[in-house]
Design a protein around this ligand. Sequence first.
Ligand code: AMP
Ligand code: TRP
Length: 333
Amino acid sequence: MSKKIFSGVQPTGNLHLGNYIGAIKNFVDLQNNKDNNCIFCVVDLHAITVMQDPTELKNNIRETAAAFIASGIDPKNSIIFNQSLVPAHSEGSWILGCIARMGWLNRMTQFKEKAGKDKEKASVGLYIYPILMASDILLYDATHVPVGDDQKQHLELCRDIAQKFNNEYKCPDLLRPPEPLIQKNFSRIMSLKDGTKKMSKSDIAEGSRINLTDTEDQIINKIKKAKTDNDILPGNEEGLKGRPEAENLMGIYSSLSNQNIVDTLNEFEGKNFSDLKKKLSEIIVTKLSPISKEIQKLLSDKNYIDQILVDGAAKAEDISSKKVKKIKEIVGF
Ligand code: AMP
Ligand code: TRP
């Protein structure tokens, strides 16, 4: 069956190895299956749920699009665009917001985490963020949505909104509840400074993550300084228990060399972290340096990137404006 894939990444800067392994690398694999139709969106409307510097936001939109393309997403095969260029996302979001219930949103754990202790000071946008995400997905009849584990609850909400809309308005086939595609392996790449914490763009310690724009020397240095423990490396998965740094570094190595963890364990059994780090730096440099160079090259021609986004938006508009028109008719407008 051909799949309609939709996913989004926020242009909030510092794209890192976790984003690459957990999201973008999968997007490329999905696109390379000729049976799939893929749409990848730079979700700039989602980004402003937390205040962004306007100049930086503009740069980050281009950088995210450049990272998609440099990693192998081909604008000839997939639609790449930024959300704010396509008005149907906001229009759909309003209507779906009248279907979603407060009680549903109140259960969203990501809002609770992001809003922190002082919920009263969080933006309303941050609260209704999952409704906009549902609009993104439902406007394209996406069948499958590749996301990280943290987005699973938002996808369940999207399914609930689709079903309630279809029921209330007696249009059983209008909105299609999507299936999540959540990676089983390596879905959480951890900080290089603490194997129990997720690698994150907002970590103040630069050394905790490898950025997609890092130079060879920066990569080598960060891996050299990555946290380890004092044991030699184990030969089976059991031996990784309680050793988050070993698990993380071996996981990154496995993912980038496209081999399963058992093969990696066999390769490094009884060796020191220094042996693993040497091979790990090599593979990260081999995989990321071409991407990093291509991002820089793409960013040096802003018009080229902007044109890709505008062309992608025209294709996205074509699909989503028709869907939003049907939704409006059904609602009675
Ligand atoms: P974010 O940067 O949080 O907007 O995430 C963009 C995409 O990258 C989402 O699909 C996340 O699930 C994924 N992602 C972010 N951080 C990590 C990580 N440390 N490990 C694996 N995937 C991640
Ligand atoms: N909320 C997602 C994240 O933070 C980004 C996103 C927005 C998204 N709209 C989407 C992901 C639609 C998948 C489908 O990672």
